[in-house]
Write a protein that binds this ligand. Structure first.
Ligand SMILES: Nc1ncnc2c1ncn2[C@@H]1O[C@H](COP(=O)(O)OP(=O)(O)O)[C@@H](O)[C@H]1O
Ligand SMILES: O=C(O)[C@@H](O)C(=O)COP(=O)(O)O
Length: 421
């Protein structure tokens, strides 16, 4: 069967998260890194996600990359398109969610879409347009202090309105709970009012299934991985998708193991603390990196330990330390410095025989995967909600677990190696 769903994700771990949802719902899914060259042989799939690193770049660049990806997916035959961003709606003051969604709508000749980052399995719910993480409003969580995309407003209708010249509106919880037909009626009402981006409430998976059904005829859907829950059923209803089993099968990969963490999110800080109790851990100091040292030290340290099991190299630091570094170096510059170091270390680790690698952090994973020349990933079984095991496509395959900073249980890093093929 031919390609059904074409997805564009604004970061690498976000892309694997989305692919994880689709695979668990029986869609054979491939993740590609950046819009690939026309001649890249791509295995047959029901869904393809193109992973960009476009969450925090200038909006014009995010729009350019997203349109290029859309073009590739259209040529590959996709019938419907999904723009995936973070379940915590990570964006900068300039975008990039609004500008990219607008550009994709224009390119598809459409005038309406939804913006739904809800992912109840990981505690992200939307009520009356406000995004919650667990029991707290988004703006009361650690996301307030994110190194690149601090989120200080939980009202998504308002946040999105600042990123688009078009009208934004709400599909509230009672409407969603009333079912797909009620949602479609609300969509029609919003459209008549000139609304282009509707933020639907969703506090449980059943709401996402309803929304998926209501969006069957939308050319473009935008949101977190949760919004994909209801989409495979639409294709099945149309007789386009088989009840596939084994969508998550992966070939085994042998080799040395290592963990790299560049995320400063609360979940990752806990996972670092846990792994450091059991395995050697090396902390990268951004001040040393700024002096041109640090990455080589980390590599030399790791080479001596790899034979005895996975070591951990991390740059992650609590909010007050990150703030101090950013004050000295600048926010973007500090992030890039650490990402470049992680990329260099990842290359060195693979040269030293590492074939099984866990990476924590979306931007960090992007930098690492690009540095390793990975062109695409097959998606395997779930390690923890939102994070699947993957294997890179092409020569010299690597087993990779790309973890969103906020995801995973405390024991994620070592557990990942048990699930990776
Ligand atoms: N100690 C640190 N000081 C400043 N920035 C850091 C530090 N450690 C990591 N970073 C940067 O913080 C950013 C974290 O983003 P990311 O990797 O996407 O993690 P998450 O998935 O938690 O958002 C990266 O750009 C990373 O290079
Ligand atoms: O939707 C999510 O929460 C994740 O898929 C995601 O995009 C996380 O991004 P990072 O926290 O930057 O890894």
């Amino acid at each position: 069967m031919s390609l059904l769903l074409g997805c564009i994700a604004d970061d690498f771990t976000g892309a694997t998260d989305l692919c994880n949802t689709l695979v668990r719902r029986g869609m054979r899914t491939i993740q590609l890194i950046d819009a690939p060259p026309a001649d890249l042989p791509v295995p047959e799939a029901d869904a393809i996600t193109i992973a960009l690193k476009s969450r925090t770049c200038p909006p014009e660049e995010a729009v350019r990359l997203s349109l290029q990806s859309l073009e590739w997916l259209r040529r590959a035959g996709a019938r419907q398109f999904l723009f995936k961003y973070c379940s915590t709606f990570d964006s900068t003051a300039k975008g990039n969610i609004g500008p990219v969604a607008d550009a994709l709508l224009d390119a598809l000749g459409s005038d309406f879409t939804i913006a739904c980052p809800a992912f109840p399995e990981t505690g992200r719910t939307i009520y009356m347009g406000h995004l919650f993480v667990g029991e707290s409003l988004l703006s009361d969580t650690h996301m307030r202090h994110h190194p690149l995309t601090p989120m200080t407003d939980s009202n998504l209708v308002r946040v999105l309105a600042q990123q688009t010249p078009h009208k934004t509106g709400l599909v509230s919880c009672p409407t969603v709970a009333a079912g797909a037909e009620a949602v479609r009626r609300r969509f029609a009402e919003l459209r008549r009012e000139g609304v282009r981006h509707a933020v639907p409430d969703a506090v449980e998976d059943a709401h996402l299934e309803t929304l998926g059904e209501a969006c069957a005829d939308l050319k473009l859907i935008t949101g977190g991985s949760g919004i994909a829950l209801g989409l495979p059923a639409n294709f099945r209803r149309q007789g386009l998708l088989a009840d596939a089993t084994g969508a998550d099968a992966l070939a085994a990969i042998e080799g040395l193991e290592a963990v790299l963490a560049g995320s400063c999110s609360a979940a990752t800080l806990g996972q670092i603390e846990e792994m450091a109790k059991h395995r050697p851990a090396f902390r990268l100091d951004p001040a040393r990196l700024a002096e041109g040292r640090g990455a080589a030290d980390a590599l030399a340290w790791a080479r001596e330990r790899l034979a005895n099991g996975p070591p951990l190299i991390y740059a992650s630091a609590p909010p007050e330390e990150v703030k101090a570094v950013q004050a000295r170096l600048g926010r973007e510059a500090a992030g890039e410095l650490v990402e470049r170091a992680m990329a260099e270390i990842a290359r060195g680790l693979v040269e030293a025989g590492v074939r099984r690698l866990v990476v924590a952090g979306g931007e960090t994973s992007g930098a690492v995967v690009q540095a390793l020349g990975v062109k695409g990933l097959r998606i395997g079984p779930q390690i923890d909600p939102g994070v699947p095991a993957t294997v890179s496509i092409g020569e010299r395959p690597l087993a990779l677990a790309l973890k969103s900073g906020n995801f995973g249980a405390r024991d994620f890093f070592l557990k990942a190696f048990e699930v990776m093929p």
